[in-house]
Design a protein around this ligand. Structure first.
Ligand code: TYD
Ligand code: MG
Length: 461
């Protein structure tokens, strides 16, 4: 009889790296204090050898013989989710939805089957009881006739049940509560999470059933447990945003079947998540004219242009070292922009506290926001309001020059569509895409550097 031997190993919670002993710092990803102890089986199982026998299974074949027909996609009756998936859910794909607790992962993944009565769905819940799921479904509304709820956490049972039922869609909430008998450690541990994901992947690939898997996110912002999970699954969607506010952003950070860095916007209402197909509606100022420290940036997230309000507050530093703080924007980039303003344009900001905030809880990484950031900072510093029909799109270089950004024409078209009358862009921008477009209502102001921006923007002050 084969006895299963076990040994103790250490896993890094951040990257999944395995080590025979504890280390303060993970040698693979460099994170400190992330090693956790786990027991794994080492005994050889009495299975077939892992060497493949010639003549069996798959063989190498010419690329030209491989079937390249487009993968089958299933529409989820949700425009935003379909779009970030690249046009619907691909058959046999494993999709991971990550996010902090309370942000709306369970709500979205229950809402999908309720709005898709034509799909036979198996909804596995390890986190909530079947009754809690029922209450949530009652809030969301929709058609629950084809949605089966299965309250279970043992992976072997779940896979057996799924194979018997052969649903059109399977949802597993959440990977941290599931466990397999093959692995010794407790649910939520790195080895269990890896095993659960691997079992679901095998099931999805063998049967062609798409699986949506929910995963929690740690305080540090990574999907709890292992980054390894991100390598296993086909698609990673991550919920962002402030879970006290009502807007939720779903970002695609990995997609084997579509583009990444796509963004979907939802609003949490009393009846589940509402699609926000025009995100500018939430990001554009809703106050009167004449507030200083506010500038609108024409930004691009993924393939989508939208306008977002950038707010800055500049005040005299009360203590020795001035504070610099940014929400939704990289503080190092803010410091760089302030240094450029100081050195290249002569503004004395080193004795000022600077606070920066992006509207709607959005995290912005588009360099085109630079121009709006410095405009908001200058506007607050001089207490001079920028007209609310003006917006900005440009990157700032270290020598104070304003550099062109990708797809300036699309940003201008979006700004014109939303009724803006003036947009500041780099003088080196190419505007070829504007021909034949309806942008007559908007004046495109080209600026070459920070001093010329100040002259044009604050003319007469
Ligand atoms: P939930 O989807 O359970 O989050 P997660 O699975 O990511 O932990 O939580 C959603 C939150 O939204 C919860 O605080 C309750 C609230 N909510 C609504 O506001 N409206 C609704 O229709 C539903 C179902 C939940
Ligand atoms: Mg949940």
């Amino acid at each position: 009889m084969a006895t299963v031997k076990t040994k103790t190993v250490w896993f890094c919670k951040a990257c999944g790296n395995e080590s025979p002993k504890w280390m303060g710092r993970c040698p693979a990803c460099g994170e400190w204090n992330t090693m956790v102890e786990e027991t794994v089986a080492t005994g050889k199982k009495n299975g077939p050898a892992a060497v493949s026998v010639p003549g069996s299974g798959h063989k190498p074949m010419p690329l030209s013989h491989i079937d390249s027909s487009v993968e089958n996609r299933i529409s989820l009756n949700n425009g935003e989710v379909d779009r970030i998936l690249g046009g619907g859910l691909v058959e046999g794909s494993l999709v991971l939805i990550g996010g902090e607790p309370g942000i709306g992962k369970s709500t979205l993944s229950l809402q999908i089957p309720l709005h898709c009565p034509h799909l036979k769905t198996l909804y596995v819940t390890g986190e909530e009881s079947a009754k809690q799921v029922k209450l949530r479904a009652a809030r969301i509304g929709g058609d629950d006739s084809s949605c089966m709820i299965y309250s279970e956490t043992l992976m072997e049972n779940i896979i057996a049940e799924a194979r018997a039922m052969m649903p059109d869609l399977m949802v597993v909430d959440s990977v941290q509560t599931m466990f397999s008998q093959n692995v010794e450690s407790s649910p939520g541990s790195v080895t269990q999470i890896k095993e659960t994901a691997a079992m679901l992947l095998r099931f999805a690939k063998e049967t062609g059933v798409p699986v949506i898997l929910i995963g929690h996110i740690t305080k540090e912002g990574s999907i709890a447990g292992p980054k390894i999970l991100e390598h296993i699954v086909d698609v990673v969607l991550q919920f962002e945003g402030d879970n006290r506010g009502t807007y939720r952003l779903l970002r695609s950070i990995k997609n084997r079947f579509g583009s990444t860095s796509e963004l979907a916007v939802f609003e949490m209402t009393g009846k589940g998540l509402r699609e926000v197909s025009n995100p500018s509606e939430m990001l554009i100022p809703m106050h009167e004219e004449g507030l200083s420290g506010v500038a609108v940036s024409a930004m691009l997230d993924g393939t989508r242009p939208f306008l977002i309000e950038v707010q800055a507050l500049v005040s005299s530093a009360a203590y020795g070292t001035p504070q610099r703080s940014a929400t939704g924007f990289d503080v190092r980039r803010l410091n760089m922009l302030l240094a450029v303003l100081e050195k290249r344009a002569g503004f004395k900001l080193s004795v000022k506290d600077v606070f920066l905030n992006m509207a709607g809880g959005l995290k912005v990484s588009d360099p085109a926001c630079d121009l709006a950031v410095i405009s908001a900072v200058l506007s607050s510093n001089f207490d001079f309001a920028i007209p609310s029909d003006t917006c900005f799109a440009g990157e700032i270089g270290l020598s104070g020059e304003i550099r062109p950004v990708a797809q300036t024409d699309r940003r201008i078209i979006e700004a014109a569509r939303l009724g803006f009358r003036r947009i500041f862009v780099s003088s080196f921008s190419s505007l070829e895409g504007l021909e034949g477009q309806d942008v007559n209502g908007i004046e495109v102001v080209k600026v070459a550097d920070v001093p010329s921006l100040c002259r044009t923007l604050f003319k007469g002050n």
